[in-house]
Ligand binder design. Sequence first.
Ligand code: NOJ
Length: 746
Amino acid sequence: MSSNLSFKASSELNSCAVPTAQTEMLIGLMSRMSIEEKIGQMSQFFGHGEHISEHLADSIRHGRVGSVLNEVKLHTVNELQRLAVEESRLGIPLLIGRDVIHGFNTIFPIPLGQAASWCAETVKQCAHISALEAATSGVNWTFAPMIDISRDPRWGRIAESLGEDPYLCSVLGVAMLEGFQGDELHKNGSIAACAKHFAGYGAGESGRDYSTTNIPENELRNVYLPPFKAVADAGVATFMSAFSDLNGVPATGNKWLMTEILREEWQYSGFVVSDWESIVQLTTHGFSKDNKDAAYEAVDAGIDMEMVSTTYLDHLPDLLAEGRIDIQQINTAVKKILQLKWQLGLFDSPYTDASLLPEPLNAEHLQIAKDAAIKSCVLLKNEQNILPLAAEKLNSVAVIGPLADDPYEQLGTWIFDGDSQHSQTCLTAIEKLLSGKASLNHVKAMETSRSHDQADFKHAVATAATADVAIMILGEESILSGEAHCRAEIGLPGCQEQLIDAIAKTGTPIVLVIMAGRPLTIEAILPKVDAVLFAWHPGTMGGPAIADLLFGNACPSGKLPVTFPRKVGQVPIYYGQKHSGKPATEASYVHMDDIPVHSPQTSLGMAATHLDTHFSPLFPFGFGLSYTQFSYQNIELSHKTLRAGETLRVRVLLTNTGETDGEEITQLYIRDLVGSVTRPVKELKDFKRVKLAAGKSEWVTFELSTHKLAFYDRNMQIKTEAGQFHLWLGGCSQTGLHGEFEIADD
Ligand code: NOJ
């Protein structure tokens, strides 16, 4: 059977000069399908768990179902496939969809945490294991990667994203896709991926989920679309349309996006599924007058499969009969859907034999989950190198906080199939590490991360007061991020800040571990604690990963994939902002407390900033500390001037100047000084994770092709423009050795 990942060779079934087995079979099959059966392939139903409803069974028998989502009991899934293959007229197997977002049984760090690893190999491994485990339940299609650029930490779905940067998100999105789909889709354990949510969903007004997005085309093309283009080029099997309204046209009815850009410009030949009932919502948006009109708009835009709602089943036959849509539109959609089923090998083997796949949650999967969590934690503060803690020098440790021993909350959002009974918590992992060394006392202090009840504070304070160190494990419960779970304030919820105040008064040093689904505004608490390790929601193995980091069995290496604001009012704040005509500088910046009374308005400030907070972020993109130090020296550029099409070779000498072995993420940023449209102050163009033993040096080399400097200009043409460029190599978006080069006019 031919099951090449690329759809391109066979996307136009009828136009192949020499039909392959696949095209012959699909042409034959399609010629036998009734219109209703074709529309059935374009319809996705949802399952209800173990019991298959009579409605679903009957719909499958009558060829009205192309895919089922949220059905993951193996015997149920195999029974669904049996109904499709043996009891429907044409015997077409089903796509079985599920949100496998950051793990199936073994839960890995949330995607934003994985992005903090800046490690494509890690992201790929996590997705590969997720696919293997999901496949044991008969799942053959995941709705991931989510590659929405996310620059608003109020948005709950930032947790599911790969952060704020188009380049990082593209590289890691492709890695995740490769992990899910493997090298061949038909292999046992490969599942189809889905790039979502096309497009702009992360830019909702004030970080509210599902809300309106207004993104100028130039920004859409330069910032929001590149990750989608990257995964389309890398062979992602499907796309999902966004719920949101993009510049007045909801994505699910947006023909410009779905057809002109995706199919015509990018030549993408996989299929597009709507989001959950997003076709019906075209009416709610006020874009279609009723469900029939919505079905028309969606099909005409290029939505090939409808998720959950039934406007296609209900209205496409009439729309065809009325001549509003034509059969070619239906055929095109059905071909692509059948093609994916073929590529997954479902026509040959629709049933799943879980014994052919590795056991979920096996030791190797757990080890990879632990390594991923270690790589994803970001050390934000480490006053006087309080970390790593030396277990043998401690007599007594206090572990305080509602998230220290909560197996569920460390898993994060979107964990349908993860069972918290497999989680290893911080408390148990620290206990294990300290056993026989120091004594350990645990006080939860708050019932949940949101509670306001301070009744147990006294107990926590008394425990901390007699300890050598207080490890506080705070943050957000899982439910505070994810779909529809947005926040207007993004500080530590409940009375956690008061808890920190109370513990700080004891004088016992505080090591703060934060688990959260988003960046939090923690400026006010930073001076009160000695160290901060930001662990996101780290997954099943979060506890042992964090314990190893705290006690020096592992060295922190994660870097922020998203900027941390000082105050929520700074949002959106991201490193790649435009310069503006009046950029804020230390010289121009003035705080409102320092303005003399009755000052004339124009005498102070006059820069793109706020009066009540510094213009810089709390922690910039790319930032993260280590237990060792890295120095950058001797930056070298191969050219001072080069022509479009050539490649700049740039290298820097990286040295681990500390006493601990560690890993550094070397980042390459550029600035295009003058553009036909204004350019960001910095743009990430490459990065490398480098492992260096204490005292060792290594040249870190990058090949920067001028193609990577291209951007969409005023006429929406992608070009590398001639001119001056600045370049930085370093360990963060705000530091680094500086170089300059020029691209000459042709
Ligand atoms: C709605 C979400 O927006 C989408 O990301 C998800 O894949 C579907 N529901 C299916 O659960």
